[in-house]
Design a protein around this ligand. Structure first.
Ligand SMILES: NC(=O)c1ccc[n+]([C@@H]2O[C@H](COP(=O)([O-])OP(=O)(O)OC[C@H]3O[C@@H](n4cnc5c(N)ncnc54)[C@H](OP(=O)(O)O)[C@@H]3O)[C@@H](O)[C@H]2O)c1
Length: 336
């Protein structure tokens, strides 16, 4: 089969497309003919090997353990392992090829990938392979951090900062589907798209500081996560919650060794004393139940993934350039 191959950590421009052997299919696995696989910031992290700590966290010390990048995909079942009863050849499916942390290559940027059946869900007929492939890990991050749905009821005000990206555009739609009022913050070029996804208000982050608008929110869902708490408090109701996601801006943060890990450890410590950071107490959802929930939202039309552009496997370098360039409006996907 043809696959994108990453021989070392470095630049997306080092990626090559080659013929390699089809993956072996374990008893509990499904071989999927990949129709679409999506790019996201964590794929970029593993391709570049930055922050370096990811090499100790399972990605591979000197070179990637799995040379084929990509984790999120949709496709058609080609054959199933002996213990698989949930899928049959010909079924359209989507999901993630890994279920641990995101900083490992998952083999999705290939014609075929072997995936554990439990990490897959039937693809809703209502969405394309490209749209389904763009949802699993972005949707998981959004769902995990919005699970305190008590804050998403009608009458509640939620602000999503960095709303125009993979996680934010789904977060806006998940919040909206619960009836809350959503303010979406991003760069000017993404605001029209955000309105079309249901945002009640939009803010151009380069022209206006959302913490200085004199408005307060019940929840601030912050993807860049770069603002100090002292400033964010200006935008929070007295019992408002702050949920940071964190984005390294494709290396712009300059944190080459540990990335945002020290920042998050500090926030975890602070959360014992600082009310807006306190946990909802709602237990984190599992990946399997989240994928099923996302599938239902897709089938019901309550979330509609936005695809910016689709590239063939051979154009994987161009696809990365598009994602990193800051011009994309929605997800960048590879198609096969
Ligand atoms: N997507 C996934 O599948 C996934 C899975 C697990 C974890 N994560 C993590 O979640 C984070 C977000 O991922 P993502 O896919 O949503 O990233 P993304 O698609 O790059 O989206 C980030 C958005 O934030 C905007 N932005 C950047 N700086 C901003 C600022 N100061 N104010 C307002 N908006 C700003 C970006 O605009 P520009 O592009 O114009 O800069 C972009 O629209 C990443 O750290 C990623 O590692 C993602």
């Amino acid at each position: 089969m043809r696959a994108v191959i990453q021989e070392r950590y470095g630049s997306p421009d080092d990626l090559v497309v080659r013929e390699v052997a089809e993956p072996e299919v374990g008893d509990a696995e499904v071989l999927v003919r990949v129709r679409a696989a999506s790019l996201h910031p964590d794929v970029w992290h593993v391709v570049t090997g930055r922050p370096a700590i990811l090499r100790l966290m399972g990605a591979g010390l000197l070179r990637p353990r799995n040379p084929i990048p990509g984790t999120d995909m949709a496709g058609v079942v080609e054959r199933v392992g002996t213990a698989v009863t949930t899928f049959r050849p010909g079924d359209a499916v989507f999901g993630e090829t890994i279920a641990s942390q995101q900083w490992t290559n998952g083999g999705a940027f290939a014609e075929y990938v072997a995936v554990r059946a439990e990490w897959l869900a039937p693809k809703p007929e209502e969405v394309s392979f490209e749209q389904a492939a763009s949802v699993p890990s972005s949707g998981f991050i959004a769902w995990l951090n919005l699970r305190d749905v008590g804050r998403l009821q009608p009458g509640r005000k939620v602000l999503v900062n960095g709303a125009g990206g993979g996680v934010g555009s789904l977060a806006v739609q998940i919040v909206k589907s619960h009836g809350a009022h959503v303010t979406a913050v991003d760069r000017a070029g993404k605001l029209e798209m955000l309105r079309s996804l249901g945002a009640d208000e939009v803010v151009d982050c380069e022209r206006e500081d959302f913490t200085l608008r004199g408005l307060r929110y019940d929840l601030v869902f912050d993807i860049p996560g770069t603002r100090p708490l002292s400033e964010l408090r200006r935008a929070l109701e007295p019992d408002g919650r702050y949920v940071p996601i964190g984005h390294e801006g494709f290396g712009a943060s300059g944190r080459r060794l540990f990335g945002l890990i020290p920042h998050f450890l500090r926030l975890m410590l602070l959360s014992r004393f600082v009310r807006p950071l306190q946990s909802s107490g709602v237990p984190p959802p599992g990946r399997k139940e989240t994928l099923a929930g996302l599938r239902d939202l897709l089938a019901a039309g309550r979330i509609t993934p936005v695809i910016d552009s689709a590239y063939p496997l051979d154009a994987v370098r161009e696809a990365f350039r598009r994602m990193i360039g800051g011009e994309s409006r929605g997800k960048v996907v590879l198609t096969g």
